[in-house]
Write a protein that binds this ligand. Structure first.
Ligand SMILES: [Zn+2]
Length: 437
C-alpha cells in the first residue's frame, strides 16, 4: 500500500496549521485510544466564540425563528448572565461537534489500518494527525467524506433533541425552555453549515480531498494533487476577497491558511508521490558526466572553472595513487572564504570539505532530499550501494579508501527531476541512463 507521511485533517474553520505555527498542546483525555489534545490557541478561541454568540443572542434567535420556526422568546434569554451561559454552552457544543467530526475521519482511517497520532483542537478548529495517509483514491474519498457525514448526523441529532424540547421541558422555566431551543437549534444549524463549508473544494479541506480522490481515479496521484491544490488556491483567493469585502477577519485568516497549506502539502505530496519509485541513481549526475578537480588545483583556477562550467560544487579526486580516490568536496562558498588576492596561493585541498555526506545509489530520492535538508547542504556524493556507511550517513574511513564514487546528487538535480514529473505526470526511471546498476 502506498502511503505518505504527516498528513492532517482539519476541523471547523478547518485547516491544518502550517509548520510556522508553533503548536503547544496538552492532552485532556482520549477516545477510542486516540489522544485528544488542546492547543493553547484554543484557550483563546473558546471564550471568544462564547462571547461572540453571547452578544448575538437576538439575531441568532431571529434566524432560528425564521429558518426553523423555533418561536424562541428572545426576552426570556437576554437578561443577566443568560446570554453568556448560552454562548459558552453553544461554543462547547460546537467544539464537541468538531471532535466528533475529526473522530469520523480518524475512525474511518483506523478501520483501513492507518494509525492516528492525535486529535487536536486549535485556533481554527480541529485537526486529526495521521502519520500515514492512503493514496488509494477510494480510501481517501471515504476518509475525507466521513467527517462531513458525521457533522450532518450531529446536526440531525441536535435537531432531534431540539424538537423534543417542548415535550420534555414544556413545564420548565421560560429561560430553560427557550435557552435549550436556542442552543440545540443553533448547533443543528452550525453542524450542517460546518459540513457544507468543509465540502468546499478548497484543498486541503475535506471537499478538496474528495476532489483529489476523484481526480486520482483517472490520473497519477501527483497530478491529481496539483490540480486539487490549484482549485484550493483559487478558492482561498475568493475567500480572502470575500473576507476583505465583508470585513470578516476569520474568513481572511482561513483563506490565508488554506493557501499556505494547499501550497506546502501539494509540494510535499507531489515530491513524495513523484519520487515513490525513483532512486538516487535515477536522477543523480553520473560519475562519467561529473566534473572533478584535483587537490593541487589553485583556488583561483577553481573559481575560473566554476564560471566557465557553471558548476558550484566539485568532488575532489586524488589520482596520485593507483586508481582514483575521492578525498573531498569543494563548493563556491568554500572557495570564497579566500580573499581574491590570495587565491593563487591556496589550493583546493586547503579549502575543501572532507567530512563527506554520502548516499547510496539505490536509496530513495526522497531520502536524499531529507538528508540535504537535515544537514543544510546542497549536494550529496553518491557511492555504490555496497559501500559501508556509518549510522549518520558519513562514509567510514575504511570504505573511503575504496572511494567508489558513482555520482553526485544536488538540489538542482532533484528540482529538474521534479519538473519532469510535474510536466509528464510520472517519472520514467529509464528517461535517464542508469549508471548505478
Ligand atoms: Zn474534516
Amino acid at each position: 500500500m502506498h502511503a505518505r507521511e504527516g498528513a492532517q485533517y482539519g476541523g471547523v474553520l478547518k485547516v491544518p496549521p502550517p509548520k510556522l505555527v508553533c503548536m503547544r498542546s496538552f492532552r485532556i483525555g482520549s477516545l477510542f485510544g486516540i489522544p485528544i489534545k488542546l492547543d493553547f490557541t484554543f484557550l483563546l478561541v473558546l471564550p471568544l466564540f462564547a462571547y461572540l454568540i453571547g452578544t448575538r443572542i437576538g439575531p441568532v434567535a431571529e434566524l432560528l425563528n425564521v429558518g426553523l420556526g423555533a418561536e424562541i422568546d428572545v426576552g426570556a434569554i437576554s437578561g443577566g448572565a443568560t446570554p453568556w451561559v448560552l454562548g459558552l454552552t453553544a461554543a462547547v457544543g460546537l467544539f464537541v461537534g468538531v471532535v466528533l467530526h475529526e473522530l469520523g475521519h480518524s475512525l474511518t482511517a483506523q478501520r483501513y489500518g492507518f494509525p492516528i497520532d492525535s486529535i487536536t483542537l486549535w485556533l481554527f478548529g480541529g485537526i486529526a494527525s495521521f502519520s500515514e495517509m492512503p493514496e488509494d483514491w477510494r480510501q481517501e474519498l471515504t476518509i475525507a467524506i466521513a467527517g462531513p457525514i458525521v457533522s450532518v448526523l450531529v446536526g440531525i441529532g441536535s435537531y432531534g433533541l431540539y424538537a423534543l424540547v417542548p415535550g420534555v421541558l414544556g413545564d420548565a422555566s421560560p429561560t430553560l425552555f427557550n435557552g435549550a431551543r436556542f442552543v440545540l437549534g443553533y448547533l443543528a444549524l452550525l453542524n450542517v453549515s460546518l459540513a457544507i463549508f468543509n465540502m468546499l473544494p478548497a484543498f486541503p479541506m475535506d471537499g478538496g480531498r474528495v476532489l483529489r480522490a476523484l481526480l486520482a481515479r483517472s490520473k497519477p496521484y501527483a497530478r491529481a494533487t496539483q490540480q486539487a491544490a490549484s482549485v484550493g488556491k483559487v478558492f482561498a483567493v475568493l475567500m480572502g476577497l470575500l473576507g476583505l469585502f465583508a470585513f470578516n477577519i476569520i474568513l481572511i485568516g482561513v483563506a490565508f491558511f488554506v493557501f499556505i497549506a494547499a501550497s506546502s502539502e501539494a509540494q510535499q505530496v507531489t515530491m513524495k508521490a513523484a519520487f515513490q519509485d525513483v532512486t538516487v541513481g535515477d536522477i543523480m549526475t553520473p560519475a562519467s558526466e561529473l566534473h572533478t578537480v584535483e587537490p593541487e588545483t589553485t583556488v583561483a583556477e577553481l573559481i575560473r572553472r566554476m564560471f566557465t562550467e557553471r558548476h558550484t560544487g566539485y568532488p575532489v579526486i586524488d589520482d596520485a595513487f593507483e586508481g582514483e580516490r575521492l578525498i573531498g568536496l569543494v563548493t563556491l562558498s568554500d572557495a570564497r572564504q579566500i580573499e581574491p588576492v590570495e587565491r593563487d596561493a591556496y589550493t583546493v585541498e586547503d579549502v575543501m570539505t572532507t567530512d563527506l555526506q554520502t548516499i547510496t545509489a539505490d536509496s530513495d530520492a526522497m531520502t536524499a532530499i531529507e538528508r540535504m535538508q537535515e544537514h543544510g547542504i546542497g549536494r550529496l556524493l553518491v557511492v555504490a550501494p555496497s559501500e559501508r556507511l556509518s549510522a549518520d550517513g558519513t562514509l567510514e574511513e575504511s570504505s573511503r579508501d575504496g572511494g567508489d564514487l558513482v555520482g553526485l546528487i544536488s538540489r538542482s538535480d532533484v528540482m529538474t527531476a521534479l519538473d519532469i514529473v510535474q510536466q509528464s505526470g510520472s517519472v520514467s526511471p529509464s528517461s535517464r541512463p542508469r549508471t548505478a546498476d
